[in-house]
Design a protein around this ligand. Structure first.
Ligand code: BG6
Length: 503
């Protein structure tokens, strides 16, 4: 692979390379970086998995993945060939005591050829139970021993509760130093998620009103139309709380609620996020049913198509009580946010694929317009749209045209694709390039992961102890169970349904 960027020679080892993540996300992202000439001049990829496979067959399966899942496809045959030349495959069973030797000599051979000690990135794209044996193999062989040059990337899920996440952190901490470990949450690589920092802290317009004095409530919705697809075995053991809330939704909450960091340094930003997680009011086991709601989809119609219920999905237990929808009321106990509810919800088989944050403002303290003028009055609101139609909108009240004073609602909006004509990179493009550069800002530090688990573990425990109580079904294609509406209605609020264009 040949490039203009002046990044150090790098070898990326993907452990678990036969899995879907490699074909669907990692290789399409790396190939797009290659198309844009953003990879290092000398860059090699080694796919490692148990099943025996020839290099060519591996490359062919990656090619199909790029053709099907990349926003740009193969784009240019000659460019694909230069990319594929740097890709090879190794069959290793990480559970075998002899594992890793072939990897170690492949790394040495590439470096001998290049005449340098390369930066080595080891990406663990393996199921949770294989995380420890894979990391131990790397350590045993010393392939990841140089703290300045060697990095370890760990995919989610990182643990399944506080205790297992702590154990995994301890385990990794004995083998590697923290600055070597990059824990992925792909939401942090999304352009609009990063834009929350720019929106809040690069404008002096919004920060003065970003607090309890002006803000009434915050709603975060991450909705998906898909079901569990081919991941029934993983999902049925995870559920929406572990799969989406502990990581993606809590990260969004942190970005909306954090204090301004003192610098753009990775740790300064991560410290402020940890402060938010630590300030989240703990859930009291007796009150959990009032602030945490779960549901599971039954049959229904999504985007005009009849779909089966969760319990009928492949590799899902027919009596499963795993939640496919979860909604919560969070409170953040600090000066800025005291008394402001943060409502979070996420679910599969909802009517639209949409992720957005709604920030709703208080009513003006004194309403002097005649009552007829304010009949259709609505509070100000800022909508941060993460996907699709990435952008930011502001709802304001204006005078309706005419001879009488009547108020109406108007929208001021910024859309990424209208403002900037260049397409945004995929989350994995940003994240992989950051690992190559050694920038950990968009990755989770060990204490962040543990704080996030600390927040959700009481809910997991409460739900596990009474699997069926308070468990509501919802028809696929609706906005989740009624109990989620009741939860916010207790505070005289209601969910704002995102406006969505058909998919
Ligand atoms: C993953 C979850 O982390 O995020 C999936 O495991 C989910 O269940 C996916 O579908 C959603 O990501 P995105 O980028 O499509 O919003």
């Amino acid at each position: 692979m040949a490039h203009t960027a002046s990044l150090p020679p790098t070898i990326l080892v993907i452990v678990g390379a036969a899995g879907d993540l490699t074909r669907r996300k990692l290789i399409p992202a790396l190939y797009n970086l290659h198309l844009d000439r953003q990879l290092p001049d000398r860059f090699a990829i080694i796919g490692v998995a148990r099943r025996p496979l020839e290099d060519d067959a591996f490359r062919q399966s990656l090619r199909e993945g790029v053709a099907s899942f990349s926003r740009r496809g193969i784009a240019d045959e000659a460019v694909w060939r230069t990319f594929a030349e740097g890709v090879s495959y190794l069959s290793e069973d990480v559970l075998s005591p002899a594992s890793g030797l072939a990897l170690s000599s492949r790394l040495a051979a590439i470096e001998k050829d290049w005449g340098v000690r390369a930066n080595r990135i080891h990406y663990l794209a393996v199921p949770p139970q294989m995380m420890e044996p894979s990391a131990a193999m790397l350590q045993r062989l010393g392939v990841c021993r140089d703290c300045a040059h060697d990095r370890l990337v760990v995919e989610k899920p990182f643990g399944r509760d506080l205790e297992s996440a702590r154990a995994l952190n301890r385990f990794l901490g004995e083998l590697f130093v923290e600055s070597q470990i990059y824990r992925i949450d792909h939401y942090l690589g999304k352009e609009t998620v990063q834009n929350i920092l720019a929106f809040r802290f690069a404008n002096s317009l919004f920060e003065p009103i970003w607090n309890r004095r002006y803000i009434d409530q915050v709603q975060i919705t991450v909705a998906e139309t898909v079901g569990v697809e081919e991941r029934g075995d993983y999902y049925d053991r995870a559920g929406a709380l572990r799969d989406m809330v502990q990581n993606h939704l809590l990260q969004l909450l942190c970005l909306v609620a954090m204090e301004p960091p003192i610098s753009f340094d990775a740790d300064d930003i991560r410290n402020k996020k940890v402060d938010v997680l630590r300030a989240i009011r703990p859930f009291h086991p007796d009150a959990i049913h009032r602030v945490a709601v779960r549901g599971q989809y039954r049959r229904g119609t999504v985007l005009g198509r009849d779909v089966r219920g969760y319990r009928e999905e492949a590799k899902v237990a027919p009596d499963s009580t795993t939640e496919t929808f979860a909604a919560f009321t969070f409170h953040i106990d600090n000066w800025r946010w005291q008394g402001v509810p943060f409502y979070l919800r996420t679910g599969k088989r909802l009517p639209a694929k949409v992720s957005e944050i709604n920030v709703l403002f208080h009513e003006p303290p004194h309403q002097f317009f005649p009552s007829a003028a304010v009949e259709s009055w609505q509070p100000n609101r800022i909508v941060i749209r993460i996907q699709p139609e990435e952008g930011i909108g502001t709802r304001i009240q204006v005078k309706q045209p005419g001879t009488r004073m009547l108020l109406g609602t108007a929208e001021m909006r910024f859309r990424y694709h209208e403002a900037f004509r260049t397409p945004a990179p995929e989350a994995y493009e940003t994240l992989l390039l950051d690992v190559i550069r050694g920038d950990a800002t968009l990755f989770m530090r060990s204490d962040q992961i543990e704080c996030a688990w600390q927040v959700v573990t009481p809910i997991l425990e409460a739900w596990d102890s009474v699997p069926a109580a308070g468990f509501s079904e919802y028809a696929a294609g609706t906005w989740g169970p009624e109990s989620a509406d009741l939860m916010v209605a207790r505070q005289r609020h209601s969910w704002l349904q995102p406006s969505v264009a058909p998919e």
